[in-house]
Design a protein around this ligand. Structure first.
Ligand code: SF4
Ligand code: SF4
Length: 83
């Protein structure tokens, strides 16, 4: 699959900040679009639900992975699934 870009369009579409797992650390770093950069782990604390499958970025780029703030970008997760 194509790598998800982290740009103005995906930043606007990203609904991470409405998710219960999105925490203060992510908020203070203005982090989002984890399905692109996979700058996960740095802030992740507990799994409390993930909104990724309700986000239009996942339908635009046709991926079914979730918890990108914990498990990395969508393309990385797809890669490790196919191994
Ligand atoms: S990747 Fe999923 S779990 Fe993580 S902040 Fe975004 S919507 Fe929430
Ligand atoms: S799929 Fe998840 S991480 Fe990616 S832009 Fe949407 S809510 Fe954010």
């Amino acid at each position: 699959m194509a790598k998800v870009p982290k740009n103005e369009e995906t930043m606007i579409k990203c609904i991470c900040n409405a998710c219960p797992t999105y925490n203060e650390c992510m908020q203070s770093g203005k982090l989002g679009v984890f399905c692109s950069a996979g700058d996960e782990i740095r802030c992740f604390e507990n799994e409390q639900g993930c909104n990724c499958q309700d986000c239009t970025v996942s339908s635009d780029f046709d991926f079914s992975t979730v918890y990108h703030c914990k498990d990395g970008s969508a393309d990385r997760q797809m890669e490790s699934r196919s191994r």
